[in-house]
Design a protein. Sequence first.
Length: 299
Amino acid sequence: MAEIIQKDGTWTFDGDTVRIVPGSDKGVSLLRRTLGELAVPLAALAGISFEPGRKSGRLRLKLRGGADPLLQVTGGTLDGGADPYQLTVENDRTGVAEYFVDAVRNALLLEQIPADPVDAYLLPGPDLPITVSAGDGTVSFDGEQIRLSWNWKTEESKSSGGARTILLMDVEAVEWRPSAGLENGYLRFSVTRASGATPPKYDPHAVDLWGFRKDVLMALVAAAVVARLPHPYAPEPGPAPAPAAALAAPPAAAPDGGESGVDHDALLRRLRELGELHQAGILTAEEFSTAKQAILRRM
C-alpha cells in the first residue's frame, strides 16, 4: 500500500482505491473539510502527477470526465485549495509523492484503465441530507426536494413569494459559479416551466453569492443534486425491438420469385438475421421460435 501524510491531508492507495482524508490543519479548505473522506475507485482515474516546487510540491489526481458530480458541476473553477484532488506536499516528502505516483500509474497500466469519459458517475457525491447558508439564502436537499429560503439581505421581489420548494423531477440543470472580481457568483436550478433568464439576484430558483467564505459550500449542494440527475454522457435509449411477427415478415417478393411468388433466398437471409438477433440477446427464445416457424411455413 502507498501512503502519504501531510498537513493538507492523507492519501492512501491499496491497488483499487485512492482514499483521500482531508487534514485537520486550520488552513485546509472549508469545502474539503465539509466534504470529508473520499474513496476514488481506480476506474475513475485518468492519471496522476506530481509537480515539485521551490517551497512545496503538488500531487494531483486527474479524473475521467463525468466520473465525479462535484467536478462535473464546478467545471474546473475550484481553486487549488478547495480542489479535493490536489495535495500540497512538503519538499522533504518528494520521494514519497513520486512513489505514490508510480504505484497509481502502474495500477492504471496493469488494469488498462482508459482515460476517456464515462457515462455514469463513479463517485456518489456529497452525503445527504445537506444544508448550506450563503449569500442571500439557504438551500437544503434531502434527495427528493430542494428547499430555498431567504434572509434579510434578499431582494424583496424575490423573497416576497416566501420559501421555494423544487422537486428533483422538475430540475433540468444545475449551475454553480464562483464570484470573480466584481461579478457575483450564484447557484441556480433550471426548472421545467420556468421562463426567462432572470438575474440570480431576483430569481427565486437561484442563490446570489457575494464572494464570502461559505459560498464554495453551495458547490456541494449542486453536486448532490447533479449526482441524482440523468448523467450528461449517458447513451440515448435505443428504439424498442420490433415484434417477432414483424421480424419474421419477409421482404416484398421478387418478380421472379417462383410459383408462389416467395423469394426463398430472402427468407433464408431473414432466418440468418433472426439467429443473429437471438444470439445477441435482442430476441428471446420464444420470440425467435415464433418468428422462425412463421418463415418456415412460408418456405
